[in-house]
Design a protein around this ligand. Structure first.
Ligand code: ADP
Ligand code: MG
Length: 701
């Protein structure tokens, strides 16, 4: 009502051009005009002046202009178009190894051309290979400001994109649109406090930098105009997380009070005392469980920090209140280990009451599965442990009160949500606990994980001797086998981790089999086991069991053992082709050893030549044992997209802000989000709508 200046909301914006053009834009993630305005330059080119040919610097992209004084196709050493360009100060060669007939015609003697490229001293003298070149008239003006270069795609060049943007920004007929897309969403007071430039001015400046705009600030993205865009982006992310968080807090969940009956019994039965970090984490969880709103907490702790027992306490608190719990793990090996552990802890309590623990996994026998499903639905099974199979549709709980996800970074947001939906039948949401051994650097947890509460277990339980890491080239394999022999003769057990082969599962299997055979030949008297992803579940667990019981001395394994496996007597690990593995993976693998009190040795075998990143990764893993430090480096090397893996599928990724460079903006956006939500809820909604409106899946979550 009232204001009918335009009918559309700020989030709604017109599509671009014809269907074919739209398809091309879509490839760049641009669905409409507003997206186009947010398609900001990748970098800027300086076409504001010309270099004299006799004075062009090397290894720098420059622009020169001159007359073509010679042009012909050469055939030796290969077919190419070679032209000489003269500008009164000197002569420069330009060469095209691939060229069209039209270029041959255009670049004829006497023409004036303007070229852009990197000059270097070549076979003929100073030359540019494949410069950007166009024929110009004598009075062709130079650009008076930096030229934006846009991310482009086949059939849609940066130049074309620039024209579209300019049209939108400059056409007087587009005034109304400009007003709509570029209107200010943020209150003045906020802009002043954080010294933010106006939204409209900022976007215009980034797309059309004025002649006096400081080039380096624009290139480095530290110009106030960039900072405004980044702030807006971070603010939208913070707001959407906050909406999400609040929404959840408004939902209801069963009150699971700390009755301290089962939990106390568990604590008394443990052969160790909880560390103070574990106690603190559990008290946070326990408090959340006893409120009527769904907990959504991340329990973070380095590999081996003892998260499982904390999770068990949470499970016990749920069961004390006669609610079911579910525990989901990313691999069958890990799920089974949990199953065995939890059974040992819980069975003595449940069995007398006629209650059970259920197990759900992918390749389970139909009959067994049906029994399990029935027990889960009737509420007879108080705990369900399993893999992804847990959130399939047929799984219906009677009264799910707590869902735990181990190694949560291995699951996508969608999978997590599917499990949460399992309480829906009862019109409440279960409490959710996620566990992760991949420590999340502070900036990341402030942004991508802002919708979660976090408990951290810092440090490891006492009595652990740190693992010693050795880097050894694979040419010294003999020394390594000698180590294995020594360790096994001394009564400890060892892992031999086969190289990761990403391209093919089959190849991975082949390598594992070969390694197994060659090690069996080297050590005819040792008991050697083999475990890999393709092994049927029963065999997998049989092998793991006999390794855990000490019957197998040397376990040849693919990276399936990466997560969670806990065999304290295994204290030597050899990782083949460590240079192919990621930091998080190496850290996880190494976390498998040094679990007992014997200390551990992790030998990272590598093959030369090493790429720079591989070299850097190995250096980091060699020098660092602290998971947080490793994660910080990992984030730096890979960037948040890769680092977060699956989580990105549900959370808006940052396109402009760089968490490391823009930490101050992140902090500001965090504070601003809370204030905006409290004092200007309409502006807050508008802002999220503008930034995430059409990608609003997240808003509905
Ligand atoms: P993670 O956090 O990697 O999941 P686990 O829960 O598997 O670690 O624990 C690693 C090992 O530490 C297990 O063998 C567990 O029994 C042991 N553990 C856990 N808490 C303590 C403690 N407070 N004192 C001694 N050992 C502990
Ligand atoms: Mg674990």
């Amino acid at each position: 009502m009232g204001n009918t200046g335009y009918t559309s909301t700020p989030g709604v914006s017109a599509p671009l051009g014809s269907k074919t053009v739209q398809e091309k834009f879509a490839r760049l993630g641009i669905a409409d005009e507003f997206d186009l305005l947010l398609h900001l330059p990748l970098r800027y080119e300086d076409e504001t002046h010309l270099y004299p040919i006799n004075n062009v610097p090397e290894n720098k992209t420059v622009q020169v202009e001159g007359i073509i004084i010679d042009s012909h196709v050469m055939y030796r050493p290969r077919r190419q178009l070679v032209c000489q360009v003269e500008d009164g100060t000197g002569v420069l060669f330009m060469r095209f190894l691939n060229f069209y007939g039209s270029q041959l015609k255009a670049y004829s003697v006497g023409k004036r051309v303007r070229l852009r490229g990197e000059a270097r001293t070549g076979f003929f003298g100073v030359e540019m290979v494949h410069p950007k070149c166009r024929v110009v008239s004598e009075d062709e003006p130079l650009a008076d400001a930096l030229t934006p270069v846009y991310p482009s795609t086949a059939g849609l060049s940066s130049e074309t994109i620039r024209k579209w943007v300019q049209h939108l920004l400059r056409q007087p007929g587009n005034k109304e649109k400009q007003q709509r897309y570029l209107s200010e969403t943020l209150p003045d007071a906020l802009l002043r406090r954080y010294q933010l430039h106006g939204f409209k001015d900022s976007l215009i400046l980034l797309h059309q930098p004025p002649p006096d705009a400081p080039a380096n600030l624009l290139q480095e993205r530290s110009h106030p105009a960039w900072r405004r865009v980044k702030f807006d982006e971070l603010l939208a992310q913070q707001l959407s997380m906050l909406f999400h968080y609040r929404q959840r807090r408004e939902g209801s969940a069963p009150v699971l009070d700390a009755k301290n009956s089962l939990t106390k019994a568990l604590l008394e039965s443990l052969p160790f005392e909880l560390t103070s970090a574990q106690k603190k984490a559990f008290s946070e969880i326990s408090r959340d469980l006893s409120t009527a709103h769904p907990m959504q907490r991340l329990l973070q702790g380095d590999v081996g920090s003892g998260k499982t027992v904390v999770a068990a306490l949470a499970v016990f608190q749920a069961i004390e209140n006669d609610y079911q719990a579910a525990l989901m793990a990313p691999t069958e090996i890990l799920a089974e280990q949990h199953y065995l552990k939890f059974t040992a802890w819980l069975e003595p309590v449940l069995a007398p009451l006629g209650m059970t623990i259920a197990w759900l996994a992918g390749n389970q026998k139909k009959k067994q599965r049906e029994t399990m499903l029935a027990n889960i639905a009737s509420g007879n099974a108080m705990l369900v442990v399993g893999t992804h199979a847990l959130f399939q549709e047929q799984v219906e709980f009677d009264r799910l009160g707590l869902a735990i996800i181990d190694e949560q970074h291995r699951f996508g947001v969608h999978q997590r949500l599917a499990l949460r939906g399992k309480g829906a039948r009862a019109r409440y949401l279960p409490h959710q606990l996620m566990m992760s051994a991949t420590p999340i650097p502070r900036t990341l947890s402030m942004s991508y994980f802002a919708d979660l509460d976090v408990s951290a277990i810092e440090g490891l339980p006492p009595g652990r001797t740190p693992v010693v890491t050795k880097l050894i080239a694979d040419t010294r394999r003999d020394e390594i086998t000698a180590r294995i022999r020594e360790a096994c003769d001394g009564g400890t057990q060892a892992y031999w981790v086969c190289p990761l082969i990403e391209v093919s599962d089959a190849l991975q299997l082949k390598t594992a089999l070969e390694t197994y055979e060659s090690l069996s030949a080297t050590f005819p008297d040792l008991k050697i086991g083999l475990v890999h992803g393709r092994l049927p579940p029963q065999e997998k667990s049989a092998v793991m069991k006999s390794f855990a019981q000490g019957e197998i001395q040397l376990l040849v394994a693919t990276t399936v053992i990466e997560v969670g496996v806990d065999v304290p007597n295994a204290s030597l690990m050899v990782v083949e082709h460590a240079e192919r593995m990621g930091l998080a993976q190496l850290h996880q693998l190494r976390g498998r050893i040094g679990r007992g009190d014997a200390g551990g040795i992790c030998i990272l075998m590598y093959r030369k030549p090493l790429s720079t990143t591989a070299q850097e990764r190995l250096k980091i893993i060699f020098e660092q044992t602290d998971g947080f430090e490793i994660a910080r480096h990992d984030l730096r090397l890979r960037g948040p997209g890769e680092f977060l893996g699956e989580r990105q599928s549900g959370v808006p990724m940052l396109r402009f802000a760089d968490l490391e460079q823009d930490e101050d903006l992140l902090n500001a956006a965090r504070v601003a989000a809370t204030e905006l939500m409290r004092d200007h809820p309409t502006a807050a909604r508008k802002h999220v709508q503008r930034w995430l409106g059409r990608k609003s899946e997240y808003l509905r979550v």
